[in-house]
Design a protein around this ligand. Structure first.
Ligand code: FCB
Length: 456
């Protein structure tokens, strides 16, 4: 390894990220209401192997030992999400005090152990009762979401100083309301455009609410980003790549920055007008303190005349004979560098935090050991690209590994393991992988400097 943690400076934030539905389990305990993922995962064949997150990593019952493990791994920043229906079982109205207690315990234990809690307000688990009223396609969601944000900031804002409004709106609206492969399983362009516009309004509105209640919090929101290239330089392929880039990489960040939807490059977004009301354009914008970058791969795009709406298709990694992860995502570390450079050029972006980066590999548990060398290499190679961007002046201030524990990977179930820590889902036993030990040592470097082994 050519670099050390010191190269990033003392203030750089190192962490790990998780999400409520992927780890908590206890899906109907202590007054929690059902979420769209609780319902979707019960449908036959919705999830690979018919898995569901009813128990997942049982973090709800094991949070103390897991947070202690974070501490043992020297991890100073922990990003997790709040399950909306654990706090508000009906999505709105009465608060479930047991749900609030749970997050209070998590937050307090983190702080006691010197671990900074970072909260994502929405990581895809809408309360089911709200979905029955149309979910993200119903404009009322702005009121429902505002109420939820207001509750959270009032309950936890005295201790939690880093907030992210949404997790990857492109993915939860695209997979959940256009393709129907994620909860709630809706399909079609109208559902997608309505959900997307309301999510874009909510990401800004959530920021305004937090700022109006407290002035001592850093507010951000997160976006997926994959560097995109045409399969070759013919005009048609280049045009296809520009459209896919507008859809996957620009559609949510640009309205937030006051630039509107990228409908010049992607004409289909003009149809968003059906869902816009007077004044919406201004309401889409909010001055975030930071933006969260979530990067896993790059995409290669080709012209596809029969593909509806975009006339473009993504050429999967296995069709290109490139190195890839278990998700069939190409391993391409420069993607994160390109993302950072490009975002840094947006005048409205003040600070970037890499809020997710990581990989699933076919980890093997041998004699209570997981030698996940490929994950260590993946992380090192990506962190090196982050450093390259930082050295070139990009305002990147943190890096969070996806993820702490092997967990429920949405439509893929438990098969792809992304964790620094192996989880046996039968016994709930945790085993730190080689990558977890590597990250612990990497993070320790500067601590060692501050606290010498032998005092004079
Ligand atoms: C991201 C999600 C996260 C996880 C990783 C692999 O898109 O935010 O929950 O599933 O992908």
């Amino acid at each position: 390894m050519e670099f050390t943690k010191e190269d990033f400076g003392e203030d750089f934030k190192w962490g790990v990220s998780t999400a409520a539905y992927q780890i908590e389990g206890a899906h109907n305990s202590h007054g929690k209401g059902l979420s769209i993922w609780d319902v979707f995962s019960q449908k036959r064949r919705a999830i690979a192997n018919n898995h569901n997150g009813n128990t997942a990593c049982d973090f709800y019952n094991r949070y103390s030992e897991d947070i202690l493990l974070l501490h043992k791994l020297n991890i100073p920043n922990y990003r997790f999400s709040i399950s909306w229906s654990r706090i508000l079982p009906h999505g709105t109205g009465a608060i479930n005090s047991k749900g609030v207690d749970f997050y209070n315990h998590v937050i307090d234990l983190c702080l006691e152990l010197n671990i900074e809690p970072w909260i994502t307000l929405y990581h895809w688990d809408l309360p089911h009762e709200l979905e029955q009223k149309g979910g993200w396609t119903n404009r009322e969601v702005i009121h429902w979401f505002s109420y939820f944000v207001d509750c959270c900031i009032r309950q936890f804002g005295d201790r939690v100083k880093h907030w992210m409004i949404l997790n990857e709106p492109m993915v939860f609206t695209g997979a959940g309301y256009f393709l129907g492969v994620h909860a709630p399983g809706k399909k079609g362009l109208s559902n997608f455009l309505a959900a997307a516009h309301h999510a874009a309004l909510c990401q800004a509105e959530g920021g305004r609410i937090i700022r109006s209640v407290r002035n001592d919090c850093k507010i951000g929101t997160t976006f997926s980003y994959s560097h995109i290239e045409p399969k070759n330089n013919t005009d048609k392929n280049v045009a296809a790549a520009i459209k896919v880039d507008a859809l996957l990489n620009r559609m949510f960040i640009e309205p937030l920055l006051g630039m509107g939807y990228p409908d010049k490059e992607l004409a289909i977004l003009k149809r968003m007008e059906r869902f816009m009301q007077p004044g919406d354009e201004g309401k889409l914008a909010f001055d975030m303190d930071f933006v969260g970058l979530q990067n896993y791969t790059r995409e290669i795009v080709g012209y596809a005349p029969f593909m509806p709406f975009v006339k473009a298709k993504i050429i999967k990694a296995d069709k290109r004979k490139v190195e890839r992860t278990l998700m069939n995502w190409e391993i391409y570390p420069p993607s994160i560098y390109h993302a950072l450079k490009r975002w840094n050029e947006y005048p409205g972006v003040k600070e970037i935090v890499v809020t997710e980066n990581g990989a699933a590999f076919s980890d093997e548990l041998v004699n209570e050991n997981v030698q996940d060398v490929d994950r260590v290499n993946f992380l090192q190679d990506h962190i090196e690209q982050v450093l390259k961007a930082k050295k070139e002046g990009v305002e990147v201030s943190g890096y969070f590994v996806w993820t702490f524990l092997d967990n429920f990977e949405w439509a893929e179930g438990f098969h792809p393991r992304f964790g620094l820590v192996h989880v046996d889902f039968e016994t709930q036993k945790r085993i730190v992988k080689a990558s977890g030990n590597w990250y612990r040592e990497f993070i320790k470097q500067s601590l060692l400097k501050e606290i010498p082994d032998a005092l004079p």
